[in-house]
Unconditional design. Structure first.
Lengths: 733, 234
């Protein structure tokens, strides 16, 4: 391998100078590589750290906030959920199957490293439009990669989202989330606190794959990115499955003092993070690291991102027992070095000291940039756009087009490739509800989870869009009957060095933080993916929220399908006709503009409480939030899920009906219930100060929308099912 | 009754089967690690789903060489009840306990869904609680469930009534659109000639509780328990 300069490794000159000052000399090539990966945006969060400080991270439900491998929230009975979301965007852009597969592998390791049994996977995906053959190839490859890895592990992939938009052409987003279940007294943290403790490595052998992956993830994608294909790791889910089982056995027997997975920046990062936390040092010998390629230099061994490797610091005297457990699973655990109290990270190659770096500066010393954002000129222009100025559009045609747009259409083609039922816990499966629901065996509890993020809204108005993403996630959990507990987030943005992009980040984070605070869903973990840009420009700013919630009694859960002829259909929430940023404006009028509807956080919170109470009392037969495509699409989805038609009356309020039908304004849900519950629902809604609009009833086999007794839309279930159900499949044939 | 769930490295439905047998059906059950060589004391074996050895060579192809397999074959030859589910079915094929082979799904994609099965034969140790011609709803999840066998074998399977479950439409209709993997003759599950070894791609353990959306799977486990009880009485 040709030697790279510090610039090629992604270090700017001022940082290189800073490193020289810290070391008091020029770093050698190995040391330089270690600095470069640790001070990359991916590992060091140097552009995002000051902004992330705005997030609320505490609450009585929080056991572990940001700073560990994953966040932890209390779900009662001595149990907790461990969860995190992470991006694997750049690798997936150039090698979709392996990029996505290893994204799943990485996030799963973060979860079982904490001692938790992974119980669910979710993913949030963004691609260009499906009429482009290259995009179809990426999409198919990413889905197959997620399936190939997750299915083999036997962890159900239970929820997620997929959107298609031109801004992601060439730079797809692949965000994977994992949720684990742990007994609170078995949570493992990555800390090495005793000098003299051996450091063991276990799992796959180290190769040259993934060298400089963390650095690569911190650059813009370009024509030459494909040449970086060797930076993409190859996944081995079978090895990972063995690691999960073996590592969880170690935890159960209480054999480890510290455990850390090898992810971005490989050995360098995992060792630094294990030793760096308590001001300890470390010595390792690269010759003892099991390798699968000959002639690897210390530099290559230290920054390789070969997958499925773990670092273990045993409790005193437990080394032998650890080796036995690994041997049972056919794995070799090798001692590669030891913890010291020197504060130095020393890398030996046999007897020779190949490099040494102060641990603390490597992890904590990463420079932080507080940049100045600048409002882009588009912002004001879009805000002042008035949708009423657009020509009329057939409502019937609009609904049909929206149902057939891949971002809204059924994702069956995607989720049937994922094993969503393994582990026999999935009580609300993909496509059935606004969030997945899993029972917790041995208890009456259920846990719910979702991912959400509408990037168009964030693009048009980052502050409002950030708030809306959090609101939608919380609302989705409430729609299945779960109380939102906490969130993880993946911040996918363009280059923070560009003032307009930094402005997007700053405001989106501010909005998310505000909503998370009001809705009492603290941020317990997260990941930042910047430099999502191609020659054509940056992606739409895409903060993705992963949120988990709790159902005390899983019998009290709800899905979105209409259940029975004659059930009453109402909209809970205030009538809002705002069309700014809607899919309707984009699909039917080719416009991505308008003022983004403002979230009323207090109202959102009251709506959540109302839904939880109605579901707990068994009042609701179905519940579905109004989001992409608006009320008309929400009604159609409930009808299609339940295979029951409806007849709805709407009023025009003196303006065209497209507002009421297709507005994506927040704080609104469509529910159905038995006709004898009308008084109860009205009363409860009144108590919580939530508006209620009676729309009509579940009826027949057609979807019928009327205004002033005149039919404005009529679509048979069969026809709608064909449009909505086959849209993605047709594109992928 | 005492069940054994055989665990290969890469099995991932072992815990699900264990849970269904123990907590839902209320039977005794042990995990048996693939390195064991003895299956004494068990009344029935479950080879669970998953990706044994990563399914890297061919599904089930490496698992059949596990140390436990001679004992499994011996158990079956002596008339013990063996059910192979999904990857377990694939292993039974590789081990020669059932005829035929698995190909990749016709779509070339993994498929997870809940399908209708038609009970083609009741009265077996696995179907004595089901009616012939009856439809049950059972989840499938596999990438290689496309059952194949030569015409002579197929004829033999049909003649000996070894086809136990086929994929079906909601009204009992047969057709390509209801077959999730393109299997020959819509085969979802077959039994050996002696009637004590069943292989099926669908997962009965995934539909054994109301919270999971159905309980048809219980009836397959209940059939086994019932058959074992009656065998004991005799």
């Amino acid at each position: 391998m040709r030697e790279l300069s510090y610039q090629e490794m992604g270090l700017p000159e001022e940082e290189y100078e800073q490193i020289k000052t810290i070391m008091g000399r020029e770093p050698n090539y190995l040391e330089l590589g270690m600095w470069a990966v640790m001070w990359s945006e991916h590992c060091g969060y140097k552009n995002s750290r000051p902004l992330l400080k705005q997030f609320p991270t505490e609450g009585p439900q929080v056991i572990q906030g940001p700073g560990e491998n994953a966040g932890v929230v209390d779900i009662g009975d001595g149990q907790a959920l461990v969860f995190k979301i992470e991006s694997h965007n750049h690798p997936s852009a150039i090698e979709p199957y392996q990029g996505a597969a290893t994204g799943v592998g990485g996030i799963v390791r973060d979860i079982f490293t904490m001692g938790a049994r992974p119980i669910a996977l979710l993913n949030s995906l963004r691609f260009g439009e499906l009429d482009d053959p290259q995009v179809r190839e990426l999409f198919a490859g990413v889905v197959a990669g997620i399936a190939g890895y997750g299915n083999c592990l036997g962890i159900p992939t239970v929820a997620g989202e997929v959107y298609f938009h031109p801004s992601y052409k060439g730079n797809p987003l692949v965000n994977a989330m994992c949720v684990g279940l742990v007994n609170i007294d078995e949570i493992a943290l990555a800390v090495a606190s005793e000098a003299g403790s051996p450091i063991m490595m276990v799992g796959a052998k180290t190769g040259r794959d993934g060298i400089h992956g963390a650095t690569f993830a911190s650059e813009e994608l370009s024509e030459s990115s494909r040449e970086k294909r060797p930076s993409v790791q190859v996944g081995d889910p079978f090895m990972e499955k063995l690691l999960i089982e073996a590592c969880l056995e170690l935890i159960q027997e209480d054999l480890v003092a510290g455990m850390q997975d090898l992810g971005a920046a490989g050995l360098t990062s995992s060792i630094a993070e294990t030793a760096g936390k308590k001001g300890m040092g470390v010595e390792i010998d690269v010759l003892r690291v099991p390798r699968r390629e000959k002639g690897m230099t210390p530099y290559e061994v230290m920054i390789s991102e070969s997958q499925e490797r773990m670092l273990i610091v045993p409790r005193q005297g437990k080394e032998q027992r650890i080796k036995e457990i690994f041997a049972k699973w056919g794995l070799d655990a090798t001692v590669i070095g030891q913890v010291t109290d020197s504060g130095m990270f020393r890398v030996f190659e046999g007897e020779r000291l190949a490099g040494e770096v102060p641990v603390e500066s490597l992890t904590g010393g990463c420079p932080v940039y507080t940049r100045v954002g600048e409002e882009p000129p588009y912002y004001r222009e879009y805000r002042s756009f008035n949708p009423d100025s657009l020509p009329p559009y057939s409502y019937q045609k609009a609904l049909e087009e929206l149902l057939g747009t891949p971002s809204i259409a059924s994702k069956r083609w995607v989720y049937t490739q994922y094993d969503y039922q393994v582990m026999t816990n999935t009580a609300v499966v993909p496509g059935d509800g606004d969030a997945a629901v899993l029972r917790v065996k041995g208890t009456a509890k259920g846990v719910a989870m979702t991912t959400d993020g509408n990037s168009r809204l964030v693009y048009l108005d980052p502050y409002q869009g950030g708030k809306l993403a959090v609101c939608e996630a919380a609302r989705n959990l409430a729609c299945v009957g779960a109380r939102p507990l906490a969130l993880t987030n993946c911040l996918n943005f363009g280059s923070p060095e560009k003032p307009h992009i930094y402005w997007q980040m700053k405001n989106a984070i501010r909005g998310m933080a505000e909503a998370a605070r009001v809705l009492d869903t603290p941020v317990v973990s997260g990941n930042v993916s910047l430099y999502n840009e191609t020659a054509a420009g940056a992606i739409y700013p895409t903060p993705v929220i992963g949120m988990v919630g709790l159902i005390n009694d899983i019998e009290h859960r709800c899905d979105m399908g209409f259940k029975q002829e004659g059930d009453i259909i109402v909209m809970l929430g205030r009538r809002r006709d705002e069309l700014g940023g809607s899919e309707y404006l984009y699909r039917c009028h080719g416009v991505e503009s308008g003022a983004v509807p403002v979230a009323d956080l207090d109202e959102e919170k009251r709506l959540i409480e109302l839904l939880l109470e109605l579901i707990r009392e068994g009042v609701l037969c179905s519940c579905h939030d109004i989001s992409d495509g608006g009320l008309a699409v929400a009604l159609a989805e409930s009808a299609l899920k339940g295979q029951k038609g409806f007849e709805i009356q709407v009023t025009d309020n003196g303006r065209p009906l497209d507002g009421i039908l297709f507005s994506e304004a927040p704080g609104r849900v469509v529910v159905s219930f038995k006709d004898n519950q009308m008084i109860a629902v009205k009363e409860k809604a009144g108590q919580y100060g939530i508006g209620i609009q009676v729309l009509g009833e579940v009826k027949g086999e057609d979807m019928v929308l009327k205004c002033a007794k005149k039919e404005v839309i009529r679509l048979s279930l069969e026809q709608a099912g064909k449009i909505w159900g086959e849209a993605i499949e047709c594109c992928m044939k | 009754m005492k069940f054994a769930v055989v665990v290969f490295p890469g099995s991932n439905c072992d815990a699900d089967c264990y849970h269904a047998v123990k907590n839902v059906m209320g039977q005794e059950v042990d995990y048996v690690w693939h390195k064991e060589e003895n299956l004494k004391g068990y009344d029935a074996l479950i080879l669970p789903g998953g990706f044994s050895y990563g399914d890297y060579l061919r599904t089930g192809a490496i698992a059949r060489f596990s140390p436990i397999m001679p004992a499994v074959v011996d158990f079956a030859r002596r008339g013990g009840l063996v059910i192979g589910i999904c990857n377990g079915f694939q292993i039974l094929l590789e081990a020669g306990l059932l005829p035929g082979a698995m190909l990749r799904n016709k779509s070339l994609r993994f498929v997870c869904d809940t399908v209708y099965l038609k009970v083609k034969r009741s009265g077996t140790p696995f179907t004595n609680q089901l009616q012939e011609g009856e439809l049950i709803r059972v989840p499938v999840a596999h990438g290689e469930g496309n059952y194949y066998c030569g015409p002579a074998t197929l004829e033999e399977l049909e003649r000996n009534r070894q086809i136990v479950f086929t994929y079906s439409g909601p009204g009992g209709e047969e057709g390509e659109e209801y077959n999730p993997n393109g299997s020959q003759a819509n085969i979802a599950g077959i039994i050996n000639r002696e009637g004590n070894v069943l292989g099926m791609m669908p997962h009965p353990e995934r539909c054994a509780e109301h919270v999971l959306g159905g309980t048809d799977g219980c009836r397959i486990f209940a059939s086994m328990i019932n058959w074992l009880k009656e065998a004991r009485v005799k």
